[in-house]
Design a protein around this ligand. Structure first.
Ligand code: ADP
Ligand code: MG
Length: 388
């Protein structure tokens, strides 16, 4: 069985400092850490000004940084051999290529926001599986942001946290070119230990929701079907949502109701909008149910959410459908796919004593059907980004 431990932050940071010293021949001045996330409910609702309920994983990305006096930037990753080197002025849109857009783009976006940054050498180590719908991209961005803000002498107070969220969203959308909403960066920076984060993208307000998970485990299964948010699927969903809002004459689908959505002319656009409107309506009830330990409501709304993503929004796949169905058959209270879709991960709420059985049942089903071997992890609600 493939099971992913988050690792100990102090140990990972110490190892990363060693690797940094070896690569650059100098000591790292700061190590930033930012978590991946799993979303419990509210998929594709962020860019429709809706609600989401993600929590930060104990699995995180770590970024070691040292300042440079010549205004140059070097970025390297323990997960990818390609490196990027350029000036601070070259770190923006059209400069870096590949994975480095996410890292270097953060320096560009922070400078755009008025932060006076030095040049920097950076080395990252990501313990969030890449492209698994668990937001390794925001973990990467936010870990880099925290590290370079420390180089600039800025404390990570509430104002700086907001700055990091906004800069990392700009890096992802404008430099990396992934047309995502703001959920991932928001939870990576603002999450609190032991709680999920309820975010309202109409008001940009968020609050922690303490979950009653006594006797329950949040089990995440990475199907190993890798999604690419920068190819067309995600952008096409977003375009359909915008078309739906335009047809209804509302600024976003947050202002639409189901009755008017059912009158949308185009069948596909109608289904896309139906997912957004019904999904947003499920978020607060799931938050309340998880806070109160109401398992029946969680089971029902997770099932409706998964069906909506599969049938109306069409972002699931055979592996995700199988992981969800098998988890429920093997004893999960509820299960659904999570993240942007087109592959990625499922999340199941499982009685502690059933966790092993659920993992094994999913592995067996995947083997029988010739799918890749999935990876499992436990999603203990963890704190947002910080220095190690
Ligand atoms: P997700 O955020 O769900 O993991 P994305 O497609 O949004 O999926 O982001 C994955 C991409 O982020 C990777 O393909 C890679 O370009 C980049 N990335 C994330 N973490 C790292 C890392 N530790 N090293 C190099 N690239 C990374
Ligand atoms: Mg991502």
């Amino acid at each position: 069985m493939t099971y992913l431990e988050p690792g100990r932050p102090d140990q990972i940071a110490a190892d990363l400092r060693g690797a940094f010293q070896q690569r650059y021949g100098a000591a790292a001045a700061a190590v930033g850490r930012a978590p991946g996330r799993v979303n419990l409910i509210g998929e594709h609702t962020d860019y429709n000004r809706g609600l989401v309920l993600p929590l930060a994983l104990p699995h995180a990305t770590y970024a070691a940084a040292a300042p440079r006096t010549d205004g140059r930037v070097r970025v390297a990753s323990l997960q990818d051999d390609s490196v990027w080197e350029g000036t601070l002025d070259e770190a923006g849109p059209g400069g870096p290529r590949g994975w480095a857009t996410y890292a270097a783009g953060v320096l560009w976006a922070l400078r755009e926001a008025g932060v006076d940054l030095p040049g920097a050498d950076l080395l990252v180590d990501g313990r969030v599986p890449l492209g698994a719908g668990l937001s390794s991209s925001a973990a990467l961005e936010c870990s880099v942001a925290v590290a370079v803000l420390a180089l600039a002498g800025r404390d990570l107070d509430a104002g700086a946290r907001r700055l990091v969220v906004d800069a990392c969203i700009r890096a992802e959308t404008e430099v990396a070119g992934a047309p995502t909403g703001g959920m991932d960066q928001t939870v990576a920076v603002l999450a609190e230990e032991g709680a999920a984060l309820l975010v309202d993208f109409d008001t940009d307000e968020s609050r922690p929701v303490h979950l009653d998970l006594a006797g329950l485990t949040l089990l995440v299964t990475d199907t190993r079907v890798s999604h690419e948010l920068i190819d067309g699927g995600y952008a096409a969903r977003r375009a359909d949502c915008e078309a739906a809002a335009a047809e209804l004459g509302v600024p976003s689908l947050r202002q639409a109701d189901l009755e008017s959505v059912e009158r949308i002319g185009d069948e596909r656009v109608r289904r896309r909008a139906r997912h957004i409107v019904t999904e947003t309506d499920r978020v607060q009830p799931v938050a309340d149910a998880l806070a109160a330990g109401d398992r029946d409501t969680v089971e029902r709304l997770f099932a409706l959410s998964h069906a909506s993503m599969r049938d109306d929004f069409e972002i699931s796949c055979d592996e995700l459908d199988a992981a969800v169905a098998v988890a429920v058959e093997a004893g999960a209270v509820g299960a659904r796919m999570t993240g942007g879709g087109f592959g990625g991960s499922s999340v199941a709420i499982v009685p502690d004593e059933r966790v092993e059985a659920v993992m094994r049942a999913i592995d067996t089903e995947f083997a029988l059907r010739g799918f890749a071997t999935p990876a499992h992890l436990r999603a203990e609600p963890s704190a947002g980004a910080g220095l190690v």
